[in-house]
Design a protein around this ligand. Structure first.
Ligand code: GTP
Ligand code: MG
Length: 175
């Protein structure tokens, strides 16, 4: 945690990273949370982007700096720098694409390798609006999360289901 003082008193800044395969909806989860925006035709992320979101917990101002990078290896920034100082992570798959769920253990390994502290982790099954073409059951998600000691939530960046909840659970857990 970076805690710094300014004129307004105490302030907390937490870094949170979003990871997962390309096109699972990481960038749209972030824009839905930070700006209440969704883009059906968003482009793959190149490098790193971040947004800062302020919320109030127990009367204190808490800032979450949320980092988003490319799922595709060739577009990714320096891995160690991306994870450095992170206190929370959203590890995302797409409930309509099995391969993105199969990649989760790899993402968890990478997170473990590069994080220097205990990280509050949430497994996120995104695109739950696509229930009609679901390829990963809720039970499978839950059970993986349980075995890894993570939180679990299914979300939809498209219709906003559970998006604020997912980010805020991680932020509260850190705080
Ligand atoms: P990379 O930047 O390449 O790693 O991809 P990403 O994980 O950031 O995915 P992105 O947010 O760009 O979304 C990929 C595609 O999925 C876009 O066409 C989005 O509109 C779509 N998408 C994202 N979230 C949802 C969702 O909750 N439901 C549905 N139906 N589509 C979504
Ligand atoms: Mg992206």
């Amino acid at each position: 945690m970076d805690s710094s003082d300014d004129e307004s008193g105490e302030e907390y800044l937490f870094k949170i990273v979003i990871i997962g395969d390309s096109a699972v909806g990481k960038s749209n989860l972030l824009t839905r949370y930070a700006r209440n925006e969704f883009n059906l035709h968003s482009k793959a992320t190149i490098g790193v982007e971040f947004q800062t979101q302020t919320l109030e917990i127990d009367g204190k101002e808490v800032k979450a700096q949320i980092w988003d990078t490319a799922g595709q290896e060739r577009f990714r920034a320096v891995t160690s720098a991306y994870y450095r100082g992170a206190f929370g992570a959203l590890v995302v798959y797409d409930i309509s694409r099995r391969t993105t769920f199969d990649s989760i253990p790899r993402w968890l390994d990478e997170l473990k390798t590069h994080s220097d502290t205990t990280v509050a982790r949430m497994l996120v099954g995104n695109k739950c609006d696509l229930d009609n073409i679901r390829a990963v059951s809720v039970e499978e998600g839950k059970s993986l999360a349980e075995s890894e000691g993570m939180f679990f939530m299914e979300t939809s960046a498209l219709d906003a289901t559970n998006v604020n909840k997912a980010f805020e659970m991680v932020i509260r857990e850190i705080y």
